[in-house]
Design a protein around this ligand. Sequence first.
Ligand code: FES
Length: 113
Amino acid sequence: MSQVLSDTLDFTIRVARLADDNEVILLRVADGVRAYLNRCPHAGAILDLGDGSSLEDDGLLHCGLHGAEFSPEDGHCVAGPDGCRSLWPVPIRIEGDSVLLAGAPLPPPRAPR
Ligand code: FES
């Protein structure tokens, strides 16, 4: 049975905890929902503290540690320090009004530095 990450589609951004204690950021976008690990791929900082704080008025996800910015639609790093890569996508599927985990996110996040 797949883990339910959200039992509603009525959100802009929210964070769900996985069984392995990693977290997933869920974002509503124009054509559905995107899911990324709640880790910055630059150096592993937590992006969102569960309060939507990483989604700023410019519509981008921001990392507070070194300022990387990511597109919610595809997770690409649109600005940031050298070596910044795209967010790690998490496979999901929508069933009714629920968002379910559809597989393991890969690769696992690096430990924060
Ligand atoms: S850890 Fe996020 S920009 Fe460096």
